[in-house]
Design a protein around this ligand. Structure first.
Ligand SMILES: Cc1cc2nc3c(=O)[nH]c(=O)nc-3n(C[C@H](O)[C@H](O)[C@H](O)COP(=O)(O)OP(=O)(O)OC[C@H]3O[C@@H](n4cnc5c(N)ncnc54)[C@H](O)[C@@H]3O)c2cc1C
Length: 479
């Protein structure tokens, strides 16, 4: 009898370690056919005109897929790569190879689940099952103490209850050998320009670090941060930093594309706690990963409400405009508020921004510019290296005050935040070199400089650096 074949469809799970779909398929047969589809719908333009997947993330994705292919080749198989809609590509491959099932990781948001459902329907017509596995979170969806519809709307409640009763499942081993499928052409990876990216920004020497896609690079970052540089034990004290690689883990791009499994991170935290130190900092990385889990569960609970200006609270009171001119000033880092502009410049030139920065620029867009926050979230989707549909849109809901923040009208004052987190102005001067001569005590409020100070510090408002585009630092954006 011919050995059965199983197609494993890779999505945001670009790894061999702790890959349940792959592991389950490999347990049934050595004749696994791994496939990745570059879905053209992910590489079009957003309604605001910029690419849905911008240059940084496209590059990172291409590197991650290339690395996955190399990993499969090293165990005797190959990754089949196609450009096309998964719901069309995969049924064809099933037909060509005579595969008996398709295995894949399950996603939660609309675009992703639509593809899954369409694929399932087409496979069903051929009597081929699509088996889905939950692979993206630390706590497995089946292990948390709630059905999704009852997930609490306050994170602390979710975390405390889940921590009491949920154990993190152990990671699954990577398969060590698979058979090569010779009936099908593996296919070449598309180029950046085939994915709509005609211009790749030059690497910026001011970037926090170089992010290279792929599983081994993700695992390398884990080793470097936890073990070689020994930073895990002080994470909680440094995590609000702004400059350099060391202040936080920088795992996010690898977690978002699934090059790194959160359970792998967890196991390494536990090992570090055994071998080095267990303290608030070691716990805090797990705490942050639980935020990530939480937003995934919340996105599943609320569906498309996460994408609407009224958010998951269906809050109609938010006051906002669709002022594209103000929005563009924000995108270009030209609002005249140095802390906001510096962060937006970093994002524009590198595809990364710290968590502190993200909270501040998002709050500024919503509460000071009073611009539709979904524009900001759409820009982040395009630009962030670590874009993750649930983390992005649910964090935006939170900052906009239409999500899971139990405190109404939380406001990030960009000046006091800047003074607290960038007291010497090192960060803003890095990204706004025109402010180099302004002393730390004045650099976060350049808009207030007198004419005499402007000439003394070599920065003329309106010429070298913009006047603030709005009066900021006050009224909540609600009726
Ligand atoms: C408006 C806004 C948009 C955001 N968009 C994204 C996004 O698209 N993708 C994304 O991965 N994160 C997003 N975040 C969360 C957070 O800013 C990043 O995860 C973090 O800055 C990544 O850097 P790090 O890996 O060094 O984080 P660390 O501080 O080292 O945290 C470790 C890991 O925990 C997770 N994590 C930490 N904070 C959060 C959080 N608030 N929400 C969810 N997960 C978290 C991430 O996976 C992160 O890699 C957003 C935050 C805000 C305020």
């Amino acid at each position: 009898m011919r050995e059965k074949k199983i197609v494993v469809w890779f999505r945001n799970d670009l790894r061999l370690h702790d890959q349940e779909a792959l592991c389950r398929a490999a347990a049934k047969t050595a004749r696994v056919i791994p496939v990745y589809c570059f879905d053209p719908r992910q590489f079009g333009k957003t309604f605001l005109g910029f690419p849905k997947t911008g240059p940084f993330r496209t590059q990172f994705l291409l590197e991650s897929v290339a690395a996955l292919r190399a990993s499969f080749r090293s165990i005797g198989a190959d990754l089949v790569v196609r450009v096309g809609k998964p719901e069309e590509v995969l049924p064809n491959l099933v037909e060509m190879t005579g595969a008996s099932a398709v295995y894949a990781s399950q996603e939660v948001a609309e675009e992703e689940t639509k593809v899954e459902n369409n694929l399932e329907a087409r496979l069903w017509a051929k009597k081929i099952p699509l088996e889905r596995f939950w692979t993206s979170t630390l706590f497995h969806i089946d292990d948390i103490p709630y059905p999704i519809k009852n997930i609490p709307d306050v994170f602390t409640e979710f975390r405390k209850e889940s921590e009491k009763s949920t154990r993190v499942r152990p990671t699954l081993p990577a398969p060590s050998a698979l058979a090569l499928e010779t009936d099908i052409h593996p296919g070449a990876l598309p180029t950046l320009s085939e994915l709509g990216i005609t211009e790749m920004p030059a690497p910026d020497p001011r970037a926090v670090m170089t992010f290279q896609g792929g599983e081994s690079e993700g695992l390398r970052r884990l080793r470097t941060y936890f073990w070689e540089e020994d930073r895990l034990g002080v994470y909680k004290e440094t995590r609000n930093g702004l400059v350099g690689a060391g202040y936080s883990t920088k795992f996010s791009p690898w977690l978002s594309y699934g090059c790194l499994s959160p359970r792998k991170v967890y196991e390494e935290v536990k090992r570090y706690e055994q071998e080095r130190v267990a303290n608030d900092s070691t716990y805090w990385v797990v705490f942050e990963l639980l935020w990530r889990d939480y937003f995934r569960f919340i996105a599943r609970k609320y569906g498309n409400a996460i994408f609407r200006p009224e958010g998951i609270r269906n809050d109609q009171r938010l006051v906002y405009s669709n002022d594209v001119r103000l929005f563009q000033k924000w995108v270009d880092g030209e609002t005249g508020v140095p802390f906001v502009d510096a962060n937006m410049q970093e994002l524009k030139h590198t595809g990364f921004m710290s968590n502190r920065g993200r909270q501040n620029v998002a709050s500024f867009l919503v509460k000071d510019l009073k611009v539709n926050w979904t524009y900001g979230a759409t820009y982040f989707e395009s630009q962030l290296l670590d874009y993750d549909v649930c983390s992005n849109w649910c964090n935006w809901n939170y900052v906009a005050g239409v999500g899971n923040d139990p405190r109404e009208n939380r406001y990030f004052d960009p000046v006091s935040q800047a003074k607290r987190y960038d007291p010497q102005g090192e960060y803003v001067k890095r990204w706004l070199p025109e402010l180099a001569e302004v002393p730390p005590s004045r650099v976060h409020q350049v808009g207030d400089l007198s004419g005499e100070e402007q000439s003394r510090y070599g920065v003329v408002l309106g010429a070298d650096y913009p006047h603030p585009v709005v009066k900021y630092g006050h009224s909540p954006a609600r009726t």
